[in-house]
Design a protein around this ligand. Structure first.
Ligand SMILES: NC(=O)C1=CN([C@@H]2O[C@H](COP(=O)(O)OP(=O)(O)OC[C@H]3O[C@@H](n4cnc5c(N)ncnc54)[C@H](OP(=O)(O)O)[C@@H]3O)[C@@H](O)[C@H]2O)C=CC1
Ligand SMILES: O=C(CO)COP(=O)(O)O
Ligand SMILES: [Zn+2]
Length: 351
């Protein structure tokens, strides 16, 4: 069956490189954005780059958000409307960028995004993902008009933020398997292009793992390119399916059960070892995924991400409830099966 129409929304300008934060003003002019922006950021990115951003834009207010929540989005929307902001600037990691993306979409204004860490693949995606009560609100939202990714800033960020971005990309392997499974069992719409791009992105990152090292700006480059590519796959799909399967459901549950323990990318990486095992058993690629994560210094066990065995097992047995997205978790994994899978793969120690 052919789609009657397909909308693929992508950023117009993606500027990546050393010191490109200084090109923010030029990027804004190139987009013909005029007037006064509202800057949405979080504490650390604001300290690191808020001044550089404010120096290049006209009079602007700044909102500092502490958590990804609908309350934060409301605050941004109210401030933007009260100040008649002409466009938004999202500065930081995934949290402020997703908040800014959803707020910009809601008030129908442009967004320029300045990621300060290569920690997640929402940098260019047309998705915004916010926890809501016991579930996760992951919705289509216009992608940023422009992304200005300064590899100098990103390379100086703590190394674990970069390894989290790598793990978010490595999790594409299992996300695409879940997507194909859902196509076979539930006839969900599947895009060959988006699936192939997502898998190729993970493949290229793993092939380049030897060049991904701390304090090496080239590493930030490699990872940002992968994050952009993965975000484009999501935009082609019109869904986060290419980059978010059962491993993301487990991570979203961990965010509820053990909030603030670990970075998003690290959680999805550890969870993808488990979901690869669930897909393909011992003969599958779970060791290859674990080794790829290890090769870029990403965690591979629950203990390494500060999650107790009990919390991990609770997340694994309840993750299928968080969202209407069919995956290898099906209608739920039993506690026995969850324990066996986590123990066989070394994610938890066998008691
Ligand atoms: N929309 C999409 O398609 C996607 C969305 N996501 C979402 O993104 C979020 C995960 O992104 P992530 O970046 O891990 O989350 P955060 O924005 O919470 O950033 C993680 C941490 O890094 C800090 N930080 C950011 N930049 C720097 C820097 N340069 N130097 C030092 N510290 C820095 C932040 O500081 P501070 O504490 O001050 O904020 C925060 O403590 C999740 O909410 C996830 O759901 C993930 C993938 C795709
Ligand atoms: O994190 C994501 C992709 O890496 C976004 O996926 P979700 O739709 O599960 O929030
Ligand atoms: Zn992710």
């Amino acid at each position: 069956m052919f789609d009657k129409s397909t909308w693929i929304k992508l950023p117009r300008n993606v500027v990546v490189g050393h010191g490109v934060v200084d090109e923010l003003g030029e990027t804004i002019s190139d987009l013909h954005l005029t007037g006064e922006p509202l800057i949405i950021t979080s504490p650390t990115p604001n300290e690191l780059a808020g001044g550089l951003v404010r120096a290049q834009v006209p009079e602007s207010a700044t909102i500092i958000v502490e958590e990804a929540s609908f309350e934060s989005i409301e605050r941004v929307i109210e401030t933007a409307q009260a100040q008649a902001a002409d466009y938004l600037i999202g500065l930081g990691g995934g949290k402020p960028i997703d908040i800014a993306k959803m707020a910009a979409d809601e008030i129908n204004c442009g967004l320029v995004s300045l990621p300060t860490a290569a920690s997640h693949d929402g940098i260019v995606s047309g998705r915004s993902s916010i926890p809501e009560g016991d579930s996760r609100h992951s919705v289509a939202a216009d992608p940023p008009l422009a992304v200005v990714a300064d590899t100098e800033i990103m390379a100086k960020a703590p190394w674990e933020l970069t390894t989290a971005g790598c793990a978010d990309i490595i999790s594409n392997y299992t996300a695409v398997q879940d997507w194909r499974l859902a196509k076979r069992l539930k006839n969900v719409e599947y895009s060959e292009y988006a699936g192939a791009l997502s898998e190729m992105t993970a493949e290229m990152l793993v092939d380049n793992a030897d060049s991904i090292k701390p304090n090496l700006e080239e590493s930030a480059w490699i990872v940002v390119k992968a994050l952009v590519s993965s975000g484009v796959a999501m935009s082609i799909a019109g869904s986060s399916r290419p980059a978010s399967g059962a491993e993301h459901l487990i991570s979203h549950q961990l965010d509820r059960i053990a909030p603030g323990q670990a970075l998003h990318g690290h959680q999805v990486g550890v969870a993808s070892i488990i979901t690869e095992y669930l897909h393909n058993g011992d003969g599958g690629q779970w060791r290859a995924i674990r080794d790829a994560l290890k090769s870029i210094d990403a965690p591979t066990t629950a203990a390494e991400i500060g999650i107790s065995d009990d919390d991990l097992l609770e997340a694994l047995t309840t993750a299928h409830e968080i969202r209407d997205r069919y995956t290898i978790l099906g209608n739920g994994v039993s506690l026995d099966a969850a324990y066996e899978t986590a123990a066989v793969t070394g994610v938890i120690d066998r008691q």
